[in-house]
Design a protein around this ligand. Structure first.
Ligand SMILES: *[C@@H]1O[C@H](CO)[C@@H](O)[C@H](O)[C@H]1NC(C)=O
Ligand SMILES: *[C@@H]1O[C@H](CO)[C@@H](O)[C@H](O)[C@H]1NC(C)=O
Ligand SMILES: *[C@@H]1O[C@H](CO)[C@@H](O)[C@H](O)[C@H]1NC(C)=O
Ligand SMILES: *[C@@H]1O[C@H](CO)[C@@H](O)[C@H](O)[C@H]1NC(C)=O
Ligand SMILES: *[C@@H]1O[C@H](CO)[C@@H](O)[C@H](O)[C@H]1NC(C)=O
Length: 255
């Protein structure tokens, strides 16, 4: 009985060692690329100021009071935060007057949409399920859904209005991750496209024809292979979890 217990335990330990080693390897790259943590409590505006090129985002974080909220959350949360920080270029490439046309509430929603209420390491983008939940709330269609698709180092983000990529890790400390994005993530919940005038019947007919012609080849291959490999990753994880649970159960059993 003793022997069996030791055996099971060492298997479990070996397994745990394997898990932590793989995790560390996967996380090593983004952590090494990021700036070292400044002393004292984490200060989001301080981090962004140090990184440069985020003046507009900093101004919005301050004027909406979200900067204070972030610093408080970081001091109180166990889950951490992930922030997508648009560069000054991202803001200046918006149509002029875009920000000025927003109400305070809409500005707040826009900024909260760039924040996830949990820490995501660069490698975790591979395994998230869409749509992601942001601090803007409602992630249903037409509101504040944020989709991520990742293959290797390439991480694409889609809001339904904007497609962009996660470019750089600005900062990460295991609790807060800040990623550079080169476009402002415009949520449908704030920037609904204006409804175009209804097309005339003859135009509709033409559209239908060209749409069905385009559908065949366009809707196959690349997306399918992506979701296939993601699904595989998930089911393998489940398998490992089951294995761990069984090992623990067998220890209990032998006691
Ligand atoms: C955060 O950093 C900014 C700029 O470095 C500074 O102005 C601000 O007072 C700091 N806030 C806190 C709470 O330390
Ligand atoms: C962080 O939280 C602790 C306890 O929750 C509190 O005592 C401390 O003043 C907080 N620090 C800041 C900088 O808010
Ligand atoms: C990301 O978007 C680019 C450009 O649209 C595309 O070429 C690439 O395949 C996408 N990558 C993923 C992982 O979806
Ligand atoms: C986001 O992903 C969900 C689930 O895969 C999908 O239903 C939705 O249409 C996607 N939205 C966008 C804007 O890509
Ligand atoms: C974003 O990408 C999706 C899928 O690749 C495409 O259908 C959509 O038209 C793109 N949207 C924009 C605004 O580029």
């Amino acid at each position: 009985m003793r022997n069996f217990l030791t055996h099971t335990l060492s298997l479990l330990l070996l397994f745990q060692y394997y898990c932590t080693t793989t995790k560390t390897l996967a996380l090593a790259q983004p952590a090494a690329a990021a700036a070292p943590a400044p002393p004292g409590p984490t200060n989001i505006t301080g981090i962004l100021e140090k990184a440069g090129q985020y003046q507009t985002f900093i101004r919005l974080l301050k004027s909406t009071q979200v900067a204070n909220q972030i610093n408080n959350e970081l001091n109180n949360t166990q889950n951490g935060l992930t922030i997508f920080a648009p560069t000054d270029n991202a803001f200046s490439s918006l149509p002029s007057g875009t920000l000025n046309s927003l109400t305070d509430q809409q500005k707040d929603s826009l900024i909260q949409y760039h924040i996830l209420p949990y820490f995501l390491s660069a490698s975790q983008f591979q395994t998230v399920s869409n749509p992601l939940r942001t601090q803007a709330g409602d992630s249903s269609d037409g509101q504040y859904p944020l989709n991520v698709t990742a293959v290797g180092n390439q991480v694409n983000i889609s809001t339904g209005l904007v497609n962009t990529t996660v470019d750089n890790t600005v900062y990460t400390d295991g609790q807060l991750a800040v990623y550079q994005v080169d476009q402002v993530l415009l949520p449908l919940g704030v920037f609904r496209p204006s409804v175009p005038p209804a097309p005339s019947p003859s135009e509709q007919q033409k559209k239908k024809k060209s749409a069905s012609a385009a559908e065949g080849p366009a809707s196959t291959t690349p997306a399918d292979s992506t979701s296939g490999s993601l699904a595989m990753g998930v089911s393998r994880d489940n398998h490992i979890l089951v294995f761990a649970v069984v090992s623990v159960a067998s220890i209990w059993w032998s006691l």
